[in-house]
Unconditional design. Sequence first.
Length: 444
Amino acid sequence: MFEGKIKIKGAFRMKIAVIGTGYVGLIQSVGLSKLGFDCFGIDIDENKIKMLNAGKSPIWEDKLEEILKKHNGKNLKFTTNFGVIEECDAVFICVGTPQSSDGTADLKYIFAAAEGVKPYLKKNAVVVIKSTVPVGTNRKVSKILEGCNCDVVSNPEFLKEGSAIDDFFNTDRVVLGFEDNTKHEARDSMMNIYSYFYEKKTKFVITDWESAELIKYASNSFLAVKISFVNEIARLCDTVGADIKDVTKGMGYDRRIGEHFLNAGLGYGGSCFPKDVNALVKQFEENKLEAKIIASADEVNLGLIDNFFDRILKKLKNPEGKNIALFGVAFKPNTDDLRESRAVELINKLLKKKANVSCFDYVDGALKNAEELLGNKIKICKTVKETAKEADVIIIATEYSQFNDEDWGAIAERVNTKLIFDGRNILDKNKVVKYGFEYFGIGR
Ligand code: UGA
């Protein structure tokens, strides 16, 4: 991570407003404050603002609260008052673009934010859209802001939950979408904001609005396709007796393919891939085109849980009254986020079959959220050993490598039945088999 203060050579210390204090907005305001800018985090949710002003983050991310506490009340302030925008040189819009019932991205928060900032924009202010927005949205926002003497810039975000702070400071690229007649003041402002990255030779892509908007959707969808592709190969591995771990290792060493995002398992969840894949398919449809590969990624992904669950049912026969130990509840490691979590889907399926579910996650906030979401229907445990007590099956649902380092000898002594379904291919199969477990992974 970046340590110390940025030296903005000959540049001015800008005041920046960030609308939205969710994953994208909060990381942006906290990150920019660490880089030395004066930031206002703005949100309409008074409770969130109160929490943030007290130095507490509403979401859990490694290093987030530490930086928040350091800058809070100094060069980082949180408010519900849009009036502070009058002082700001740049306004980042980082509000949600959730999925509508028809699969398109719902832009009501984007347009509301644009209307909200409009009365306060100072001359030559730059309005930066960081939220994931379909092609054409920057143009629509620019129409809303007509007459404001400001410029609109597309600047999609690429950070991942679970490593958001590190991703902010070590991003692979900065994408900036300008319109042809964007004033040089706006271009200068953006280069000023991102000068730290420019100096550390991060790659910049300077392009038009439409391309910038599409870079974000194409990147997320490509990664989703990569995951679904590997999961499809894993199905064949299961049938023909190949090991997907070795297959992907052999594929990943080819630099043209790359070794990342080749983990077979229960597929992708979270607040981005499922929604962005659907929204991109819809953008094809709106343009009278068909997105065959991208739509298939979603289809393959949706089928993974059913297939995994059927395999568990085959083994357990009737899960009613059986004790299920679920390792991992969040949609991915190191986050408290349960949105579109495969683990939660599994829990719901198991509860429907009247199984007793105990679950564990390394992030306390994830367990707290599970408790809020599922109430007293499940048992929340503080350790894997407690979760495994009298279990009839252990299911690994979140990709934590730490699960492999747990004391499997001690776990073996606590369970009713030595049976593991590893939905993330995390465990060293030979190790757990040595302790007498029957092991089922994905494509192994
Ligand atoms: C994703 C992108 O990776 C970010 O670049 C992007 O900025 C973000 O969406 C966004 O649009 O805001 P995120 O959803 O936080 O980030 O998390 P990922 O690490 O991408 O994981 C997504 C899902 O894919 C998880 O459920 C994970 O378990 C799954 N996954 C990932 C696999 O099943 N296999 C893999 O090999 C990798």
